[in-house]
Design a protein around this ligand. Structure first.
Ligand code: KIV
Length: 276
């Protein structure tokens, strides 16, 4: 397999659908990479999926860097994108460039993702000028979900749809190489996809996007307290894990593990060591 580049992804628009998943550690990144996933996103969903935060807001640069570097080590072929966490790019374009460069130098990733529309264009331009490829993110933008009235489908009215179309245009002109569209009506996602020259990656945005992205833990059914409407679970891992771990617990309690096949022996006679 050949290492994917930003250019490869850009060239897939209109030719081949793009498969993107989130990854947070080297072991899972290796498996996803082996399966030919085009883009691995180290999302700031890290905060909720792995670190136990209530939202993505508390996630820091240091936490992200730790996981981005792990994903890069596990993934030789996929394009690895680091989410810029809340507070890492909002202060000024200079701050964004400094953190974007850290992600590429210390994390070894191929680019970053920035949430927002027209309001982040100066930041996107500064990053791209500094040599940091940028993926945009429109629709539901979890870092500012509070301002949007929570995790609600965006772009349902004509006015809101017009704003999202304009934001997509602005991002494309600012130099993003792709745009995530999260939780918007599929007809609006089609309009945006037809309009912008860069690939769109949908999550809850219907079939017409140039590619699709899911949180890997959702796809694998690792979390089963609720399932967002747009998630397709390809596996139900949570009950399987509970069953396996309960089996281990019972075996330990009943003295059924470890068996002889899991234990070591030696030709040395240790019997005279008893009581020494
Ligand atoms: O943080 C994340 O995982 C994301 C995806 C849901 C696109 O932004």
């Amino acid at each position: 397999m050949k290492k994917k580049t930003v250019r490869d992804i850009a060239q897939m628009k209109g030719r081949e659908k793009i498969a993107m998943l989130t990854a947070y550690d080297a072991a899972m990144a290796g498996l996803l990479d082996e399966c030919g996933i085009d883009i691995l996103l180290v999302g700031d969903s890290l905060g909720m999926v792995v670190l136990g935060y209530e939202s993505t807001v508390p996630v820091t640069m240091e936490e992200m860097l730790h996981h981005v570097a792990a994903v890069r080590r596990g993934s030789p072929n996929a394009l690895v994108i680091a989410d810029m966490p809340f507070g890492s790019c909002q202060v000024s374009p200079e701050q964004a460039v400094a953190n974007g460069i850290r992600f590429m130098k210390e994390g070894g990733c191929d680019g970053v993702k920035v949430e927002g529309g027209g309001d982040v264009c100066a930041t996107v331009q500064a990053l791209v000028r500094a040599g940091v490829p940028v993926m945009g993110h429109l629709g539901v933008t979890p870092q500012t979900a509070g301002l949007l009235g929570g995790y609600r489908v965006q772009g349902r009215s004509r006015e809101a749809a017009r704003r999202l179309l304009a934001d997509a245009d602005l991002l494309a002109r600012a130099g993003v190489f792709s745009i995530v569209l999260e939780c918007i009506p599929e007809e609006l996602a089609r309009l945006i996809t037809e309009r912008v020259p860069v690939p769109t990656l949908g999550i809850g945005a219907g079939i017409h996007c140039d590619g699709q992205v899911l949180v890997t833990n959702d796809l694998l059914g690792l979390f089963d307290r609720f399932t967002p409407h747009f998630v397709k679970k390809y596996l139900q891992l949570a009950p399987m894990i509970r069953e396996a771990v309960s089996g281990f617990r019972d075996d330990v309690r009943q003295g059924a593990f470890p068996g002889p096949e899991h234990s070591f022996s030696s030709d040395t006679d240790f019997s005279d060591l008893a009581g020494t």
